[in-house]
Design a protein around this ligand. Sequence first.
Ligand code: ZN
Length: 189
Amino acid sequence: MSIAILSSLILTSAPALGTHVHGVAHLDMALNSNGALRVEFTSPKHDVLGFEHAPETPEEHEAIKDLETRLERPESLFSLTGGHCALTALHLDETPASLSASQVHSDGANPHDEHDHDDDHHDDHDHAHSSDLNIAYDFMCESPAQLGQIILNAFETFPSLTTIELAFLSDRVALTETVSRANTSVRLR
Ligand SMILES: [Zn+2]
């Protein structure tokens, strides 16, 4: 199976806007037999940033800087065991700093119709289309067949996360798993 096919499968498994639920993040992994590994993490900004509106206060601007610094290290989100995988690239689809701009340009359409939220922390939440954070890490693994486990450090980094929906695809494994705080490691082979 080529990496192009793997990528399209991963894309179709990405969460739709309607699945944005506070406390629930998604981690999608695709490992090519040549060792190329992509890991994509998608989370409501509520859980990684504490808010989803444009930053207003000095504290909110500071929170965005802190988040960027954390995300530069994939270990903030996960650790890999086996495979000798080295980070080669990082893609932040929408940087936290650009969040305010994209919300300003909201056309007022409501993509959050299915949005499942507690009302109490949601009063000032205007739900433009950029309430999710999406970041992708590219790795090159020296021995991809030996990639054995992922440990989801994101629960420790972001305390309000309760669940991570994990998907892993390689030329020999396809698994999906709902991961909770109780057991943060997942076997990949
Ligand atoms: Zn939200």
